[in-house]
Design a binder for this molecule. Structure first.
Ligand code: ZN
Length: 69
């Protein structure tokens, strides 16, 4: 079984990660390489920070505030 990084495939990069037994089985399985795993974790961390920032901002200003004459 051949394991390829799904993120590398999307970016047209060499995607081969590893081969798993049984080696005669040439089916393809998708995984994530260490590079993309690190990138993904960093992205999730950024998204979590942005989401927290937006939630705090929306909480301080009610949406009806700007509609008042
Ligand atoms: Zn990758």
């Amino acid at each position: 079984m051949i394991v390829l990084c799904a993120w590398c495939i999307e970016q047209d990069r060499p995607a081969f990660l590893r081969e798993l037994a049984p080696y005669v089985d040439t089916r393809i399985s998708h995984g994530i390489c260490p590079d993309h795993a690190a990138e993904w974790r960093a992205k999730l961390r950024r998204q979590a920070l942005v989401a927290r920032g937006h939630a705090g901002g929306a909480g301080t200003l009610p949406p009806t505030d700007g509609a008042r004459p």
